[in-house]
Every structure is written in structure tokens, then in C-alpha cells.
Design a protein around this ligand. Sequence first.
Ligand code: ACO
Length: 428
Amino acid sequence: MSDNKVILNYDGKSFEYPIVDSTIGDRGIDISKLRDQTGLITLDLGYKNTGATISEITYLDGDKGELFYRGYPIEQIAEKSNFTEVMYLLLHGNLPTKDQFSNFETGIKKYNFIAEEMKRIIDAFPRSAHPMGVLSALTSALTAFNPKAVDVKSKEEMDLAAELMLAKFSHLCAWTYRKTQGLPLNHGDNNLNYVENFYKMAFRLPYEDFEIDPVVVEALDKLLILHADHEQNCSTSTVRMVGSAHTGLFASISSGVSALWGPLHGGANQAVIEMLELIEKDGGDVSKYVAKAKDKEDSFRLMGFGHRVYKNFDPRAKIIKKAADDILGKLGIQDKALDIAMQLERVALEDDYFVERKLYPNVDFYSGIIYRALGIPTEMFTVMFALGRLPGWIAQWKEMRLKGDPIGRPRQVYQGAEKRDYVDIANR
Ligand code: ACO
């Protein structure tokens, strides 16, 4: 290997592959000619060493525990910015001027309603349906009502599709919750900002005026910011993969919602609270559950612990842990789950198993405690994550389409049966 290329010796020949530079972080070996030149492909289960694209949106350093949106450290963004500004930043690359901010907000507000026919679709789901399943289906169904967001090619068309999606998706998130509660479905209120609007649409009761609680809005805003993007994670890669076939934005986002639902990904926030409740019911002995998580015969894992990329503290977890403390204090709530979470963290971080494997709390370890304090039911936690992740999904989709990345189509190492002849059923 020299500084700017890698040399591969194979089958008596030598091949050179250039190294692609980064601004910061991992550099990549460009192996696009590998198969043509050598007949070989790479095999990397779970894509642990594979760069799927070149991106300019989000940077994270898993060893240092750093996360930047468009170059800005997450700590500064979480403290000083707001979710609408972060949506703009991710989608357009820079912090907005006052005019840009106001035009962006107005653009989204233009679409602050949803087709009445969508109510009939949501009506057909049982009330017991998991909100993530309903959200994924409704997001895909939106395509039918917003044909302008389907066959988009120019940057302007993509930005319009993005504003439509941002406006409509917050309705769907609110509606999936109201469906579980049997509450009437609301449209938006343009006197409010994005987060207040969602909050009112979701939680307004039909028989009383709705008061915006600034403590709740501030907490929601912060959680949404912290979830807004995380480079090439499972759901984002799904959105990019589906979108790479030039599938419309809404259908691509719907696939991201499904990917996020899994308990190894966004579904972990629900799984964490269920785990903390289980430990509490079982007498609160955290060491028993740490032992279970270490036992290879036991399928139990410490939910909210570990991360594919972070081998250090997830910087979002640090911010959320402090926010959980603050918000519970402000709301005057005592939650046993928070005590158990802190004990679990302490025991795990002193245990060789977790230390050796560099397993630390991730973004989901404390987020559920805040959602619960705000009165959001457990099954809605992953929907809240989806609402936060939406601008990241759209920004990544837009970047991929504008750069003209080719359709995603991995190869495989086949180890199945060799060619054989069909045998009629009577002779098998
Ligand atoms: N509890 C116990 N052991 C764990 C945990 C955990 N939460 N996470 C990883 N390990 C162990 C594995 O058993 C493995 O041990 P081994 O080397 O002895 O076989 C080792 O640590 C490495 O784990 P992998 O599963 O190979 O790591 P991977 O990068 O594939 O998985 C993942 C990362 C899926 C996040 C994993 O840590 C996990 O399942 N965590 C719990 C679920 C969770 O919190 N998910 C949310 C992630 S953040 C997000 O998506 C928003």
C-alpha cells in the first residue's frame, strides 16, 4: 500500500486500487474495477467495512464519540438550534439566514393538511395495530395523493417533494397515535412552529382548549434534533437503496420506517423501557440482567447498549441522559425506570464483558424515559424516532439522487446447489 493506492497481488498479477480521500474520518479503497480485473468480489456481512456512498451530510467518529451535522458538533446544535433549522441544515447544507428560514417554514406550512380520504385508510386498521406498521403503510399510501412527489428529477422538484413530505409525515405520526386512543384526527395549525404543531395535532383533546407546554416542546425539539441524522445507518441505507431505483420519495421513506421499526435499530427505544419495567417488576436486581446479557446461552441483550459504529459513549446518549434528569426535575416526576437505567449503566460499564467489547449506552437508552415523562405511550417511541429521522432520510435521498448514484445492487458469494436437472414430482 502507498499513500494513495492499495496494491492487490492475486493469481500472479498485481492490481492497483486508488484510495478516495475524506475531509475527516475513514478513507476508502475504490474497488469499482475489482471484479472486471480479477473476477473477485468483496464479502462484508453487515457492511462493517463497506462505504456505500460518498456523503457530505453527517460525520461520526465512533472511537472518539463525535457526531457532526454538516460540520457542526451535535452538542452545539442540541443546545443552540431548533428542529426546523436542523431540517433546513441537513437538506440544504448550511444554516439558514432569517429569510431562508422563514421561506422554508412557510413552504412546509403550505402543506399542513392531509387528504380527507386518508382518514378512511387509517380507519380500516384495528386500534391495536402497532403504530409503526400503520405509519409505514400510510406513508406509502400518501404517494397516491401527492403525485408531484413521485417522478422527481430536478433539485427544485426534490425540494418541493421534501416540503410536502415534512408537512404530511408529522400528521401521520400524530394520527397513528390518535388512532390507538380512538381520538378524532386533526389537521395542522399554521400559527405554530413544526414541533408545536405536531404536539397539538397529536395530543389535543376534543373537549378542551389546548395549551402548549414549553417544557414539553423544548424536550421534544431536543429529542428530534438528536435523532435527525446518523449517516449510513440501517434505515437510511434502506431509504437510499429503495430510492436508488428512482422510486418516489414517499415510498422510499415508507421503507425506512419499516427498517427503523426493528428492535436492533429504532425499535430499541421501546425495548429499553419494556426491559426496565421488567427489571423493576422482577425486584430491581440489575446485576441479574447484566449476567443474562453476558450469557451466550441466553438470547437476552441489554437493550440500548452497544452500537455498530460507536465504540465509546454515544454523544447523543450523554445529552439525553442530562435532558432526562432536567425534564423529570422540571415536571416533578420521579421515575423508577431512570434509577434502574442509571444503575444498569454503572454496573455494565464496570463489567469486563462490556468494557472489552466497548459497549456503551446508545441514543435509545434514556430517550424512552423522557418520552414516558411527556406522557407518550411506549408503542409510540419509535414513531417519535421516525419523525426525528425524517429530515436525515430525505437529505440522504436527495443527495443520492442529485449525485446520480447508480441503482444499489450488491453481489453474492453463492454456496447453494450446483446445476442439476429437474425431477418430476412422481419420481422424487
Ligand atoms: N448486550 C449484550 N451483548 C452485546 C450487546 C448488548 N446490547 N451488544 C453487543 N453485544 C455483544 C455481542 O454479543 C458480541 O459479543 P461476542 O463478540 O462475544 O460475540 C459483541 O458484543 C459485538 O456485538 P455485535 O452484535 O457483533 O455488534 P453489531 O455491531 O453487529 O451490533 C447492535 C450492534 C445491533 C446495536 C448491538 O449492539 C445490539 O443488539 N444492541 C442492543 C439493541 C440496541 O440498543 N439497538 C439500538 C442501536 S442504536 C440505533 O439503531 C438507533
